[in-house]
Design a protein around this ligand. Sequence first.
Ligand code: HEM
Length: 531
Amino acid sequence: MCFLYKTNDKLSGNRSCVPFFRSSPACFSSNAEAVSAGIKQVLQRQQLNSITSFLDASTVYGHTPYLQSALRDLSSSTGQLAVNSRFTDQWGRPYLPFVPKTPSPCFQDPDGGQGERVECFLAGDSRVNEVLPLVTLHTLWVREHNRIAEVLHDLNPHWSSEIIYQETRKIIGALHQIITIRDYVPKIIGKEAFDRYIGPYRGYDPTTNPSASNVFATAAFRFGHATISSVTRRLNESFQEHEQFSSLSLHKTFFNPWRLIKEGGLGPVLRGLLGTPATVVTPENLLTKELTERLVTLNVPGDLDLAALNLQRGRDHGLPGYNDWRAFCGLARIRTNDDFGKVVKDESVVGKIMDLYKHSDNIDVWLGGLVEEPLPGSRTGPLFSCLIGKQMGELRDGDRFWWERRGVFTQRQRMELQIHSLSRVICDNSEVKDAPLDAFRFGKFPSGFRLCDNIPSMNLEAWREEPIPALTSCGSPGKIAHGDFVFLFTSEEVVALYSCYHGYILTGVAEIVCTENGWSGQPPGCIDDDS
Ligand code: HEM
C-alpha cells in the first residue's frame, strides 16, 4: 500500500508516494462484549505482539526455539553463544555471527573488493543491523554472555553446557531488567512519574497484563526517535574525534555492518555514545532530517520518513487521539490554543498543529505527546511519562521471573547483580578503558569518567555451587549429541533430565537417577526431526 502526504521534500526515486505495509491484524479481534455475547466476527482490527514484550534479553537470545538454536554454539561445552567464524577485532574479541542466508541485503564497503563481503549480522532481534550503535550494543551483550559463561564453567565444572547457558541467560536477563528500570527509565520519565507509576517492587502480580500495549509501541515509546542524533560520533582514546574513523552522518550507518569490522571495532562507537550529550529536542525541531528524509529499511526501496511512518502506523492501528489518551492518564483535555500552550512551550508550534488538525481531538497521539514540555528531570511530557511509566510497571509486575522476585535468585546473587552496570559491561567486553559510572549520565572526559578498574563488578562467586555429594559416586552423566542435560534435585535423589536441541526428537528415557549403583540407565539419544 502507498500513502500520500503533502510534503515540501523531494521524494527519492521520483516517487509520488511513500510505500507503507500495514501491520498484520490479529485473528478474531473483537471486543470483550462481543466475546461474551458469543459473536466471533472481527469487530475491530487489532494487532498482536509478534515478539515477547518481557524484559528478558530475548534481543540477545531470540524469541523462537529456531532462532535460539541458531544463535547458540551447540558444539560448545561451556554454554557459549555462536560468534563470527571469519572476523574478530584486533584484540581477538568476537563479532556477531552472520545471517545464514547470503548474500544478505546489507550495504557493502564501496572500496572493498569481491570476496570481502560483510553480511548482515544475526542477533536475537531482527533490527540489529539498522544502525551502527545498535549493532555495537548487540555485540557487547553476546560477548558478555560468553564471558560470564566461561567464569561459571570454571566455578562449576560439573555443570553441563545447557546449565551454563541457562544460568548465564538468566543473569543477562536480570542485567537487562536492572539497567532498563534502574538506570534508563527514571531518566526518561523523571523521578516523580517513576514513583507514581512504577515505585518500589512489591512482588509478582498475576493479574497484571505484561504485554506491550498498542499505544506504547505505536506512539509513546517512539518518543525515542526524537532522541536520535544526526551524527554517529566516533572518538579516540582521549574522547576526541577519531583520527582514522571520523564521525558519520546517521544515514551512513544504516545497515552498514562492515563499518564495525573494518573501521575500528566497538571502541570508537562506544566512546562516541559515552562522550556525547543527548540531543536537545525542541517542539520546533523534533526528528533529525536523517530520519525524515534519509531513513532506510531493507523491505522498501528508497528513502523513508520515520515521522510519517509513525503517524501512519498510529492510524493503521486505529489509535485514539491525543486528547483521549490525556483523559486516560487523568490529564485535562486540550480544547483551545491556550490549553495547548500550557503544555507546549512554543506558541508557533501550538498554532501550526491546531491549524493543521482543525480540532484538538484530531491530533495524533505520537505528535501531541512528543511536543509536550518535558517534566522536570525527564525527557518526556506528562502524557508519555504516564504511558511509558504504566507500561514499564506492568512489564515488571506481570513478570513471574522478575529478578527481584523471591526464589528467582538467592539474596547474595541479587546483591551482586545490583553492583553491575552497563559501564561495567562495556569495560569487560571492549577496548574502552574509561567510562562514566552511569553510562546513561553524560560526563565530560576526563573529569566525569573513571578508569574501568574503578567501576564495580558483580562477583560471580555467588553462583558457585557446592559439589553435589551424590554425584561423587555417580560421576557426571553422559553427554549426548544434539542435546544436553540439567540436574533436578529432590530431597532424596539427583536426577539428570535430558532434552534435545530444536529440530531433534528424544529417543529413550529422558530422566536417569543417581543411585547407589551409579546412574539408573543409559542417556537417551536425539534424532533429526526430519529423519
Ligand atoms: C537511528 C535509530 C532508529 C531508527 C533508524 C529507528 C527506526 C524505526 C523504524 C523504521 C520503525 C518502524 C516504523 C513503522 O513502520 O511503523 C521503528 C519502530 C519503533 N521504534 Fe525506532 N528507530 C530508531 C531508534 C529508536 C529508539 C531510540 C527508540 C526508543 C527509545 C525506538 C522505538 C521504536 C518503537 C517502540 C517502535 C515500534 C516497534 C514495534 O511495535 O514494532 N526507536 N523504528
